[in-house]
Ligand binder design. Structure first.
Ligand code: ADP
Length: 264
């Protein structure tokens, strides 16, 4: 599988304290990676460094190209934890927000083809009905789905999402994860997602990455369940609970010792 996002010995500090310490991994085409770890462990910083928004040390390549030479940004959709659009006071419609996700638009005129793409992306995230509404007037959950449409409108091959579900109600969250699951499985979009919804996301993802300044773990869900490094951080039960859903029915590796199964 071709490499989509590769990090080699990536290090970063804001001031003196090290935030990321020699992080190396290789995310391949079709992977759906859940990035987890404690608060302050460096997850958001890692995404920013990978995208060149913060300057780290080490080697990063995107789609096989060194970050410093990479230009195909329309191949990447990024949904940040706090979007600058959400904070701007300048009123802007939801449709215009999504339009901003299209690459290199020349002039102010919107072509019919562009508008069609915008509406298709809004359809995908079930935000089409808000197209004409002022973005800032929408609820946080609705804004988040509009921002996801903006990340999707250029039909990215890699989606990078920083805790997208935090502000969503349960119904929107299910819709959100189902949509990401479909994008990954049907359209082959590679996904790197910071999440606290580990139980929910465990149904869809293929790999876990655990970052706590160091890369504690990177591998498949099955390996995660049995990783001594993860057990050291989380304890064997928590480790299993996080990924509990993938082998829930009769295949629990912890058997009778599993706290979760006992409650079923
Ligand atoms: P996580 O996403 O895992 O919660 P962060 O990447 O947000 O972790 O933060 C990692 C560490 O870097 C924390 O100690 C945090 O306080 C610090 N940090 C984050 N952003 C900044 C910043 N802009 N300036 C200085 N320190 C920061």
């Amino acid at each position: 599988m071709p490499s989509i996002l590769k990090a080699e010995d990536v290090c970063f500090s804001y001031t003196r304290a090290t935030v990321l310490d020699h992080i190396s991994f290789d995310i391949q085409s079709g992977d759906y990676v859940g990035l987890i770890g404690p608060n302050g462990g460096g997850k958001t910083t890692l995404l920013k460094v990978l995208l060149g928004l913060e300057k780290g040390q080490g080697k990063i390549s995107l789609f096989g190209t060194p970050l410093s030479e990479f230009k195909d940004w329309q191949k990447i959709g990024y949904l940040a934890q706090k979007s600058p659009v959400s904070q701007t006071r300048f009123p802007i419609s939801a449709e215009e927000v999504v339009l901003m996700g299209l690459p290199s638009r020349h002039g102010a005129d919107v072509s019919r083809a562009e508008l069609k793409e915008v509406h298709a992306a809004m359809q995908q995230t079930q935000t089409r009905e808000y197209a004409g509404r002022i973005f800032q007037d929408l609820s946080i959950g609705q804004q988040q789905r509009v921002l996801l449409a903006r990340a999707l409108v250029s039909k990215p091959q890699l989606l990078i999402l920083d805790e997208p579900s935090t502000a969503l109600d349960a119904g929107s969250r299910d819709m959100f994860f189902d949509l990401l699951g479909r994008l990954n499985k049907q359209d082959g979009v590679t996904i790197l997602l910071i999440t606290h919804d580990t139980g929910e996301v465990g149904k869809h993802i293929s790999k876990f990455m655990y970052v706590d300044k160091n890369l504690v773990f990177f591998g498949t869900k099955e390996e995660f369940c049995h990783s001594p490094e993860v057990a050291k951080k989380l304890g064997p039960f928590a480790q299993h609970t996080i990924d509990h859903l993938h082998n829930h029915h009769g295949h629990c590796p912890l058997g009778a010792a599993c706290e979760e199964c006992k409650h079923d």
